[in-house]
Unconditional design. Structure first.
Lengths: 114, 114
């Protein structure tokens, strides 16, 4: 079963606009990670936020985490056509000793139009 | 160059055949993972290994088998028992056992059953 669910499933914006993607999960987590996937390629790690953190920044990326609502958001500011990709949230559960396995959501497909 | 390689990039299989997907990493990572991705979906964990000669089932291990005879290599065999093997297969590796370490992904193998 998938722990995380992204919203929206698809997002289309113009270059320069901001893109916000949301992720909800069901059970308590150790940390939450965001990954990016270009079409037909492997995933690339973007950012990790720990359960005791509320916000984290990396370049044009801003991630927030609300453990009371079991949700996270990824904001990409000043988007570029090269940001076109699928974005996935993945969680590591509390007490996970199963290889600290990641449980992925279904992803948000972002299209940035030039 | 350090990284994870997967081969082949595309693989075609006749029904009833077993096929083996290769995954090699030169990152000196301890943990390795196999995921399956169906169109428009997130990743689901098939098997993982935290140490040589040891591996564990993930969420969808039925019809698959793995081995971990060397730290660098984690091949996945898709057996004829796998009812619907057509999918995109991704291999990943991670340093150490910390849940705060990111996973690094290979470029994937697209398997099609004819």
């Amino acid at each position: 079963s998938q722990q995380g669910e992204e919203d929206p499933q698809a997002l289309s914006i113009q270059e320069g606009e901001n893109a916000t993607m949301n992720c909800s999960y069901k059970t308590s987590i150790n940390n939450l990670q965001w990954y990016r996937q270009n079409s037909g390629r492997g995933l690339v790690h973007l950012i990790l936020i720990r359960s005791n953190e509320r916000e984290k920044h990396s370049g044009r990326l801003r991630v927030t985490l609300d453990t009371s609502k079991k949700s996270s958001s990824l904001l990409i500011t000043a988007s570029r056509a090269a940001d076109t990709a699928s974005y996935f949230c993945a969680t590591v559960l509390v007490g996970s000793n199963a290889g600290n396995m990641l449980t992925f959501g279904g992803g948000t497909r972002l299209m940035v139009k030039p | 160059d350090g990284g994870i390689t997967q081969s082949p990039k595309y693989l075609f299989r006749k029904e009833g055949q077993n096929v083996t997907l290769s995954c090699e990493q030169n990152l000196n990572h301890d943990a390795m993972y196999w995921y399956r991705q169906d169109p428009g979906q997130g990743l689901r964990l098939i098997y993982y290994s935290q140490i040589v000669n040891d591996f564990q089932k993930g969420d969808i291990a039925e019809g698959y088998s793995v081995s971990r005879e060397k730290k660098e290599s984690f091949p996945l065999t898709v057996t004829s028992a796998q009812k619907n093997p057509t999918a995109f297969y991704l291999c990943a590796s991670k340093k150490g056992r910390s849940s705060y370490n990111e996973q690094f992904f290979g470029p994937g193998t697209r398997l099609t059953v004819l």
